[in-house]
Design a protein around this ligand. Structure first.
Ligand code: 13P
Ligand code: SF4
Length: 321
């Protein structure tokens, strides 16, 4: 605890010295989220993280999240220095969507609008017509349907399938998934409901279809957070990264939050309800990136890529403004 205090104090000093602001995702360690809050930074979903960073006057953004979030911040704020505790904080969706293969897939269907999830590399965004996050994907797909557009959707097949069912849109889905959300099990949730019959079930749409079907509310991290506060239930079973419990508990101190069951009995499942890449955002790594940033801390996006990827990103920001 003493060491933790010392590290937190060091981060506070360094943020100050570097004219930097800390922006953390809801899935990071509660210690990091609390530090962001306390130092005038921000905790948010991937969409709001990007928006906050571009509007904040600090000259350095420290993005505690995963690599695509740092890249998005850099694309929106090229004049700022963007640091991350480590660029090795990846995302299985990003890894599952290499730009060459995805581009070739798009080239085969030139009549379709290309819609990609924010959880992708800058290069994949640059190939897209629209970027979406889970908080605006439904609205944007509905908007495209109004224009009779057929869609290529990448990379999350579960989110894609959820949106397809909700909207009836004509969508070709890329085959990738989030290693955290795909582990949730519908049977585990319905079993748990027998123990807590009054619990509300909150599910992020990166989860498999069967899990989405047992949900009371399906939504992005910020939508689930809102639901946990606004619904009358005292208890919630939550199928998303447990990092979100920090904010849920803060908004509703008298409610109880329970992790949705995963296939967690297996020794190979190290990511049950917590993203291993989000977990790389430690206090030690925060100190290091501010004290002595190296190539694994400094987010760079080439000018070409930045210009190309900004177009679909800006479309999303304008649409959701
Ligand atoms: P949102 O923050 O957009 O809900 O996305 C969740 C996610 O995939 C972050 O890892
Ligand atoms: Fe990617 Fe899933 Fe981790 Fe989010 S929780 S960063 S979608 S692997």
């Amino acid at each position: 605890a003493e060491r933790e205090e010392a590290l937190k104090e060091r981060v506070r000093q360094l943020l100050d010295r570097e004219n930097a602001v800390l922006v953390a995702h809801y899935y990071t360690d509660p210690i990091v989220q609390a530090l962001a809050e306390e130092t005038g930074g921000f905790i948010a979903d991937s969409l709001e993280m990007a928006r906050f960073g571009s509007r904040h006057p600090a000259s350095t953004l420290v993005v505690a999240g995963v690599r695509f979030m740092g890249e998005t911040s850099k694309i929106l704020s090229p004049e700022k220095r963007v640091l991350m505790p480590t660029l090795e904080a990846e995302c299985s969706l990003d890894l599952g969507c290499p730009v060459d293969e995805f581009s070739a897939f798009c080239d085969q269907h030139p009549d379709r609008a290309v819609v990609v999830y924010a959880n992708t590399s800058a290069a994949v965004k640059a190939r897209a017509d629209w970027v979406v996050t889970s908080s605006c994907a439904l609205d944007i797909v509905e908007h495209l349907m109004e224009q009779d557009k057929k869609i290529i959707w990448g990379p999350d097949k579960y989110l894609g399938s959820y949106i397809q069912k909700q909207t009836g849109a004509d969508m070709l889905l890329w085959d990738s998934s989030c290693i955290v959300h795909e582990e949730f099990k519908a049977k585990g949730i319905t079993d748990l409901k027998k123990v807590y019959p009054d619990a509300g079930v909150l599910v992020h749409p990166e989860s498999p279809d069967a899990v989405v079907e047992v949900a009371d509310v399906v939504g992005s991290t910020s939508q689930l957070l809102k639901a946990s506060h606004e619904l009358p239930n005292d208890t919630f079973i939550v199928a998303t990264d447990r990092g979100i419990f920090y904010k849920m508990q803060q908004a509703s101190p008298n409610k109880s939050f329970i992790e949705a069951p995963t296939a967690g009995e297996s020794a190979t499942c190290k990511s049950c309800a917590h993203c291993p890449w989000m977990a790389m955002n430690t206090l030690e790594a925060l100190v290091q990136c501010l004290e002595k940033p190296d190539a694994l801390n400094i987010v760079e996006v080439s000018d070409d890529l930045r210009v190309q990827s900004l177009k679909p990103l800006q479309r999303m920001l304008d649409f959701t403004a």
